[in-house]
Design a protein around this ligand. Structure first.
Ligand SMILES: Nc1nc2c(ncn2[C@@H]2O[C@H](COP(=O)(O)OP(=O)(O)OP(=O)(O)O)[C@@H](O)[C@H]2O)c(=O)[nH]1
Length: 753
């Protein structure tokens, strides 16, 4: 019978190991065979009835042979049983022939009992001892009442000599057995005590349940888990503490697992009131006869393991800052959404968000404030979508929102509009301080723009870049034309990069003059691309394509450096000329623009910073007046001056204008071109000049197409101009001779008087 662990004290095993048992049994069998041979030739059993005599003779031969055969098959215990029980029966059968229970045969019974304990099992030895007493009692009674009147001849050996020998052997064997039993018992006691110590001290919970589903044994931990003492549980039905379902669970698991089962279960720790994950190892117990005897279970609290596995799992699929799904989980959700969309015949909008100017926010307020903003935005985005939709962070300032269940495309702008509104609400970063954030969003719609997660994400990303390039804080829907355009943009940016590396870019210079004084006041640097196959290209054929691309900033830096080198070169030729350079709004918005400028000026120490002027489009300055003003102020500290290019086209309000510390206004050529015929344009130019005068700014007319255009400008107080009417842009080495030869037309001098 298997019991755990109380029954560990009773092993029921023989004292001898199988090797010793085998040797002993073999020895005994052979000895018995010899005895059998000798006894067959003597008249030892002569007084017995013939049948019993032959039975005893046959037994003495058959038993050892059978035992030896069983030993051959490694069936040691069976061999032991056959031999010992067989000898015992033969001893009893032959007892009457040699004077009943005083016979020599009977004297071997104690020896057999001791051997039974050694070789087969202590329990069998006890049975043999008990039945021996009954059998011997029966023999004594039969002798007394002379039921059996068998009196044979006295055996040739002296009965007393054999008796004494047998008593000595039995005493010796008994003493030996006692020692062996005592040692084994002490070992068992020690093992049981150790087991008890281990089971009670270990964090493991143990329970043994009987065949009627009652606790047979529980250790202290198990009982404590249920808020009880072991004595409160032992003997009570399991269902009383775990409910019928809880009581059935291990039994079902064992049945399913063919005798043993390992499974996990979430259970309430009654003592602490917390929920715990338990790992349960259950094993069916069976009695020796194979009958079900309940089960025992080892339970381990694996809550920490489960929690940390959950944590690791969470970290593998979520962004650590915002706890939003990461790229891996997003791909999975997107796959599921595509399948759901196909099933429900609905659309999925994949919205790719990239915050605008987040680098500057980080640089201005610090990385931890940036983190705070990202966390707040993550929460806002989640508020904008349904529980079935997904908001993921890809890293940096990039998020993706999956919106499913869309029935028609008209719903998309509404949903994306909600995202834009949520993002643009001011975010409080410190007590009383708020920042404004915007995002550019690209939207790809499944199934039209792709049915594969990677393709959809790529298309949404491309659309997002378009939204960025079209001015930020807006969204763009992906379309195939857009993809083509993106590809073209990418190719142009790559060839510009190559052209820059191969030195194919040139700067041309267009003189700027003071018409009233008849002097050259500077030159505007204008980029040209000496393309190896397409010849000299004007900026309109490549600049718009790299707008918003990092290449634009790199090209802008090259222009600034080249212009500074040219100023220095002209100075060495005795020509002190100021140069203005056009800078794109994206380049100006580079977080390190002022730093780039300072580095370039440092690289040209002999060029006075005042000789450099930066022209920015009025329209782009108006996109973020505050930011542009900040950059202008920071760069002006270096000595560089600024001009607002194409002035009059950007609808700058007076407030904006006042906030922008640019020293010069360049009147857009569209107004200058028609001043001779169009009184409205003349009026515009007049008001710009008046505005410049009121705010003490310089003013210069762009696109002066003829000498005739000069006089009205001079009449309005606009003394400076540039344009084809004065000179076309020309290579740098053409500038000195042009200046040397240029004189102001007489009409201008007259108009100036
Ligand atoms: N605070 C914070 N900043 C991050 C984190 N990861 C990336 N960034 C920063 O986020 C900025 C992302 O900048 P970009 O998207 O390249 O540039 P941007 O300034 O947003 O410019 P545009 O996208 O062109 O509008 C970089 O400065 C990164 O250093 C983060 O976990 N926390």
């Amino acid at each position: 019978m298997k019991r755990f662990p109380a029954d560990a004290r009773q092993t029921g095993k023989p004292l001898f190991d199988s090797g010793t048992s085998r040797k002993l049994l073999r020895f005994m069998s052979i000895t018995l065979l010899c005895i059998g041979g000798v006894s067959a030739m003597t008249t030892l059993l002569g007084s017995l009835p013939t049948t019993i005599r032959w039975l005893v003779h046959g037994g003495i031969i058959a038993l050892p042979l059978l035992s030896l055969a069983l030993l051959e098959q490694q069936r040691i215990r069976a061999a032991g049983h056959v031999l010992l029980w067989g000898c015992w029966i033969l001893a009893l059968l032959s007892a009457p022939s040699t004077s009943g229970n005083r016979s020599i045969g009977v004297t071997i019974i104690p020896v057999l009992i001791v051997l039974m304990g050694w070789l087969v099992a202590p329990r069998q030895a006890i049975i043999m001892a008990g039945t021996s007493i009954i059998a011997l009692l029966g023999i004594s009674l039969s002798e007394h009442y002379a039921w059996i009147a068998l009196e044979g001849p006295i055996p040739p050996l002296s009965r007393w000599t054999i008796l004494t020998g047998m008593i000595l052997v039995t005493t010796l064997l008994t003493a030996l057995s006692y020692r062996l039993y005592a040692t084994r018992f002490a070992e068992q006691q020690h093992l049981a005590a150790t087991l008890e110590l281990v089971t009670e001290r270990s964090p493991i919970m143990l329970a043994s349940v009987d065949e009627k589903d009652r606790y047979r044994y529980v250790n202290r931990n198990y009982a404590a888990f249920h808020g009880k003492m072991p004595t409160d549980l032992i003997g009570t039905p399991v269902s009383l503490h775990l409910g019928p379902g809880g009581a059935q669970a291990p039994i079902l698991a064992i049945e399913k697992g063919n005798g043993s089962a390992r499974y996990r279960q979430l259970r309430q720790n009654v003592q602490t009131g917390t929920e715990c994950w338990l790992e349960i190892d259950a094993q069916r117990a069976t009695r020796e006869d194979g009958i079900y005897d309940g089960y025992y279970a080892i339970l381990r609290d694996i809550t920490d393991e489960v929690r940390s596995a959950e944590q690791i799992q969470f970290m593998a699929y979520h962004d650590s800052l915002t706890s939003l799904p990461n790229r891996t989980l997003l791909a999975d959700r997107l796959r599921q959404a595509i399948v759901r969309g196909e099933r429900e015949d609905s659309l999925i909008a994949v919205c790719y968000l990239d915050l605008d100017g987040f680098k500057l926010l980080n640089d201005t307020w610090g990385h931890s404030t940036g983190d705070m903003v990202l966390i707040q935005l993550a929460a806002r985005l989640q508020e904008c979508v349904r529980g079935t939709d997904t908001v993921a962070r890809l890293g940096g300032d990039e998020f993706v929102v999956l919106i499913g269940g869309i029935q028609n495309r008209q719903e998309i702008p509404v949903a994306v509009g909600r995202l834009i509104t949520a993002i643009s609400r001011p975010i409080s970063i410190h007590a009383g301080t708020e920042v404004g954030v915007s995002a550019s969003i690209g939207v790809a719609v499944s199934p039209h723009d792709g049915e594969d997660p990677d393709v959809l994400l790529r298309h949404a990303d491309q659309a997002m870049l378009m939204a960025k390039q079209s001015g930020r804080n807006r969204f763009a829907l992906f379309d195939t034309e857009l993809e083509q355009r993106m590809r073209t943009l990418h190719q142009i940016a790559a060839s510009v990069e190559k052209g820059l590396a191969d030195g194919e870019f040139r700067l041309f210079y267009q003189p700027k003059v003071n018409m009233r004084l008849g002097t050259v006041i500077g030159a505007e640097a204008l980029i040209r691309w000496q393309h190896p196959e397409e010849g000299l290209l004007l900026p309109a054929s490549f600049l718009p394509y790299i707008e918003g691309n990092p290449m634009a900033s790199r090209l802008g830096q090259w222009v600034l450096g080249e212009a500074l080198s040219q100023i220095r070169q002209w100075a060495t030729q005795g020509l002190q000329l100021s140069v203005s350079v056009n800078i794109s709004s994206h380049h100006l918005q580079d977080a390190d623009f002022t730093e780039q400028l300072a580095n370039l000026l440092d690289a040209h120490p002999d060029v006075p910073a005042e000789r450099l002027e930066i022209e920015i489009l009025e329209t782009s300055a108006m996109e973020d007046v505050e930011k542009t003003a900040r950059i202008i102020r920071a760069s002006s500290v270096l000595g560089v001056s600024f001009a607002l290019d194409d002035f009059g086209t950007g609808n700058a309000s007076l407030t904006d204008f006042r906030r922008l510390p640019a020293q010069t206004l360049k009147i857009d050529k569209s107004f200058v071109r028609d001043i001779l015929e169009d009184p409205e344009d003349l009026a515009i130019v007049k008001s710009i000049v008046a505005l410049a005068n009121s705010f003490e700014r310089q003013v210069i007319a762009e696109g002066l197409e003829s000498i005739a255009h000069g006089a009205p400008l001079l009449g309005l107080g606009c003394d400076c101009a540039q344009g084809y009417g004065i000179a076309h842009p020309m290579p740098a080495d053409a500038i000195p001779p042009w200046i040397a030869n240029w004189t102001a037309p007489a009409e201008w001098l007259q108009a100036s008087r």
